[in-house]
Ligand binder design. Structure first.
Ligand code: 3PG
Length: 399
């Protein structure tokens, strides 16, 4: 499908965005089904050696599809990548810990070894696709978090067999296209995180759709510096000053913090023994050598007020170095505002989800996206290779 880009952001109807679902597959009873999931979960060392899954959010999110297939009599094999082993077998990225955790949730499934142990996965090698699908009748893509990758297991199988989106992928598509196509207004987006470079495209796209675009996190120092503020030792991407100024000229312009929390040159991140006065609030201009580490109390209050009035709220990226409890105030304030907003709330990104988890607020969010880069790319470009492949499969198979 070609996106229409005549004016402003692309226009895509709900019908065009639709991907086939599990019910669109022929009967699955007794059939061999290959499920591409995103089981790329963080691992940690296990007492006594080996690894275990540190956060099973993506695994739990994959369960409804696997249960549906099993309860309809399918013989299910799950495949996924884990980390970035670069086409070589690397025991640090072996699937065993993930397999153990997933089969405890859904018994009687097979979990293949890490797809990225074979270079053919990332190069989208047709021979690798043929080997992967050998013996399977149908393909289900439930790996939303990997749908922005033009990899063999994502874009290959739908050209060869009846294919559908699993429950997780279907819900991501429904929610994310929903907020792109016809969000309830006011639509407010809060974007934070470390690097402007990673978010430029999504900021440009969002600024054409939202009523308010609130910026926090380390990336706001590039914007503040581009406006001539003294940002001390804060992280700045000076090569992006021009882009930052051009974004600030859009309508509505991104809204920057009005105050900040900073750490003195003598202070240390993660320390509990900093000298007195190592952390203090500033209005916008920091002293030389000070590093911005969070948004300030006035910004927390004004951002929370905007969020409270939202009918759609999208949040991606922490407001500060929340892993250090001294600099968690801004991220916590936004998390609480998003969680208590009566509008429809969508949160994406690994760090943002981790922050919600730490504050115990996950249960108050309408949709937590399993995607990191995939969520940003869908919001920016309006489509993903994995979704396009599923739609093309529907067309070629006439379902
Ligand atoms: C993710 O963690 O965002 C997905 O699993 C994709 O992983 P990748 O960035 O290594 O392709």
């Amino acid at each position: 499908m070609t996106l229409k880009k005549e004016e402003g952001p692309f226009v895509l109807t709900r019908e065009e965005a639709h991907v086939p679902s599990l019910e669109d597959l022929p009967p699955v009873a007794g059939r061999h089904v290959l499920v591409r999931a995103d089981l790329n979960a963080p691992l940690c060392s296990k007492p006594g050696g080996g690894y275990e899954v540190a956060d099973d959010f993506r695994l739990r999110s994959s369960v409804p599809t696997l249960q549906w297939l099993r309860s309809n009599g399918a013989i299910v094999t799950v495949c996924s990548h884990l980390g970035r082993p670069k086409g070589r077998v690397d025991p640090r990225y072996a699937m065993a810990p993930v397999r153990e955790a997933l089969t405890a949730m859904v018994p009687e499934i097979t979990v293949m070894e890490n797809l990225r142990f074979d270079p053919g996965e990332e190069t989208n090698d047709p021979a690798f696709v043929r080997r992967l699908i050998d013996g399977f009748d149908y393909y289900v893509n439930d790996a939303f978090g990997a749908c922005h990758r033009n990899h063999a297991s994502i874009v290959g199988p739908p050209a060869h067999m009846p294919s559908a989106a699993g429950r997780l992928l279907h819900r991501e598509v429904e929610v994310l296209y929903g907020i792109l196509i016809d969000p309830a207004r006011p639509f407010v987006a809060v974007v934070g995180g470390a690097k402007v470079a990673d978010k430029l495209g999504v900021l440009r796209s969002l600024s054409q759709r939202v009523d308010h675009l609130l910026l926090g996190g380390a990336m706001c120092f590039t914007f503040l510096a581009a406006l001539g503020h003294e940002v001390g030792a804060s992280r700045v991407e000076s090569e992006l000053f021009g882009e930052a100024r051009s974004l600030l000229g859009l309508h509505p312009p991104p809204e920057l913090p009005s105050d900040l929390i900073a750490l003195s040159p003598e202070g240390e991140l993660g320390s509990s023994t900093d000298p007195t006065g190592a952390v203090r609030p500033f209005e916008l201009d920091l002293l030389p050598g000070w590093q911005g580490v969070d948004i300030g109390p006035a910004t927390c209050a004004s951002f929370a007020e905007v969020i409270a009035g939202a009918r759609t709220i999208l949040w991606n990226g922490p407001m500060g170095v929340f892993e250090d409890a001294r600099f968690a105030m801004g991220t916590r304030a936004i998390a609480e505002a998003v969680a208590s907003c009566p509008g429809f709330s969508v949160v994406g990104g690994g760090e943002t989800t981790a922050a919600l988890h730490e504050f115990g607020l996950e249960g108050n969010i309408d949709h937590i996206s399993t995607g990191g880069g995939a969520t940003l790319e869908l919001l920016e470009k309006g489509d993903l290779p994995g979704l396009a492949a599923l739609r093309a499969s529907r067309a070629t198979q006439g379902s």
